[in-house]
Design a protein around this ligand. Structure first.
Ligand SMILES: NC(=O)C1=CN([C@@H]2O[C@H](COP(=O)(O)OP(=O)(O)OC[C@H]3O[C@@H](n4cnc5c(N)ncnc54)[C@H](O)[C@@H]3O)[C@@H](O)[C@H]2O)[C@H](O)CC1
Ligand SMILES: [K+]
Length: 501
């Protein structure tokens, strides 16, 4: 699990590394430059021309070091020094001397708002104006340089952060819109929000050897899931286990015209290792579910087309509810009754969430340790609108705390908020999964894991990871465009096998 540190924590990490490795700051900067150049040269050969736009802080210092190294690699390089009032850092000056000493690189100063044509020749524009030292929206010359960079034809690659972009708060001023961002050591919180993509583009993290102990003990409430953590959460089976060892899940899903959601979530529950599965279905779904999911037993509702009846909750270790449920008045009443009678963790999705959004007096009945899986629209119906992604994150934390449950907010990146205020961002998944039924599959996976008595948070982290991993396997095989929810179910076993292998 990778912690996500704030810009100021990263500065402290910098200083700690310099003091304790120990390493002088110019050598740490050189390590950063080499890491950036390794990333760049692996992808783009030296037939491309490179222009590097440097501020006068350490981000600019990185830019000058990168210019020198790329020149040594045989790239045609030119540099602009933007003098807009920011102070010149010591390492900036050292790297400027080193670059001049190497020679062969045209260095121009920008001391006033430039003509945008100055950036028109380069194949790549490397953005080294500002990094984590940005403390307020950029203005004046810097803003004009950024505007010119954004209209230039060259591919923009940001050093550490796109200049003007805020790592830990909403970006309100001008910012470079990078195609790639190569960030040092750790991803920044804002990278995980959809609103950042226009600035950050495709981001990568390069290791620059910052102190791992400091990172581990850093106080943070934001984390980035990784494969090793997911693997460690996956339980091994014992040869003496039996069906009962893996729980008995109930899925309350499907209504006339939306029985497919019940089938998809049921198949996913089974593929997630549950021992027994019962699907509570209206009459309309009897033959459908029994045919499509022969492994599932049925709890048959008295109503022809919607969930309206009673279930015997005591028979099940967990209940997943929502896929294709509909919001008929009878269903609202039946869901209310179920909430009053089932004290164990539930997985609540789709229309069950919409019912909670429209009947907020029911929220206090949500059993502690449940998992809610809203997509942003369902989330807004639950908590009301937000100004920006940071406010959305706070609302997500609040809801998780209020319900003492886990709130999975689906999207890129899916985030998992725990009741203690910690939030985990999931790395797997792809846009091919934005297809009808994908959420039903996730509900099934989570229901299957909770029924096996996975701890709620661990089940949510593992289930979201596997859902995205199965989607990635499916996309590799079938392409993102043609990926459908049934493929995610089909590749789920592969995801479990590869993760557990
Ligand atoms: N551990 C690491 O990640 C390393 C990072 N390195 C690089 O250092 C920068 C951070 O450098 P810093 O000198 O702190 O600040 P910046 O270069 O980002 O900014 C320069 C300077 O600009 C002033 N300033 C802030 N906001 C504005 C504004 N809106 N307008 C004008 N001027 C502004 C302020 O004085 C800043 O100090 C990091 O991103 C990495 O690229 C190290 O090279 C290696 C280790
Ligand atoms: K930058």
């Amino acid at each position: 699990m990778q912690p996500i540190l704030t810009a100021s924590q990263i500065k402290a990490l910098d200083a700690y590394t310099i003091a304790h490795e120990p390493i002088v700051s110019i050598d740490l900067m050189e390590r950063a430059c080499r890491a950036f150049v390794a990333w760049f040269t692996e992808r783009f050969n030296n037939s491309f021309t490179v222009g590097i736009v440097c501020g006068t802080g350490n981000n600019g210092g990185d830019g000058l070091g990168i210019a020198r190294l790329l020149k040594e690699w045989g790239y045609p390089v030119r540099v602009w020094l933007v003098k807009g009032g920011a102070p010149e850092s010591i390492d900036y000056k050292i790297n400027l001397d080193r670059l001049k000493h190497l020679g062969g690189v045209q260095i121009d100063e920008i001391t006033a708002a430039p003509e945008c044509s100055i950036f028109s020749d380069e194949d790549f524009l490397i953005d080294a104006l500002f990094g984590t030292g940005l403390s307020r929206p950029v203005e004046g010359i810097y803003a004009k340089v950024i505007a010119c960079m954004n209209t230039a034809r060259g591919t923009r690659v940001a050093v550490d952060l796109p200049s003007g972009f805020m790592a830990d708060e909403p970006t309100t001023g001008p910012s470079v819109e990078a195609r790639y961002t190569v960030s040092f050591q750790l991803p920044k919180l804002a990278f995980f929000f959809p609103s950042s993509f226009q600035y950050v583009g495709e981001w990568a993290v390069v290791d620059i050897g910052l102190n791992k102990a400091f990172i581990r003990q850093a106080l943070t409430s934001h984390f980035f899931m990784d494969r090793n953590t997911a693997r460690s959460l996956l339980r091994r089976r014992s040869k003496f286990d039996h069906k009962g060892s893996y729980g008995h899940a109930l899925l309350v899903a499907g209504s006339l015209g939306k029985m497919g959601a019940a089938v998809l979530s049921a198949r996913a529950t089974l593929r997630s290792g549950v021992g027994l599965l019962t699907v509570h279905t209206p009459q309309a779904g009897i033959s459908i579910v029994q045919t499509a999911v022969p492994e599932a037993m049925l709890s048959i509702d008295g109503h022809a087309s919607v969930f309206a009846g009673e279930v015997q909750p005591e028979r099940y270790t967990t209940i997943g509810i929502g896929p294709g449920l509909g919001k008929a008045p009878e269903t609202v009443k039946a869901f209310h009754k179920l909430l009053e009678n089932f004290p164990h963790p539930m997985v609540i999705d789709a229309d069950a969430l919409n019912i909670l959004g429209e009947n907020r007096e029911l929220l206090h009945l949500v059993p502690k340790g449940s998992i809610l899986t809203p997509h942003p629209k369902e989330f807004e119906r639950l908590v009301g609108p937000w100004q920006n992604d940071f406010e959305r994150l706070e609302k997500q934390k609040q809801l998780a705390g209020q319900l003492q449950s886990v709130v999975v907010l689906k999207g890129a990146y899916t985030s998992i908020a725990a009741p203690d205020g910690k939030v985990y961002f999931n790395p797997t998944g792809n846009p091919g999964m934005a297809t009808g039924g994908s959420g039903d599959v996730l509900t099934g996976i989570l229901t299957g894991l909770l029924a096996q008595r996975y701890d709620t948070l661990e089940g949510a982290l593992l289930g979201v990871y596997l859902h995205g991993f199965a989607g990635d396997l499916g996309a590799w095989e079938k392409g993102m465009d043609s990926l459908i929810a049934s493929d995610i179910v089909e590749f789920l076993s592969g995801a479990f096998a590869r993760l557990g292998g």
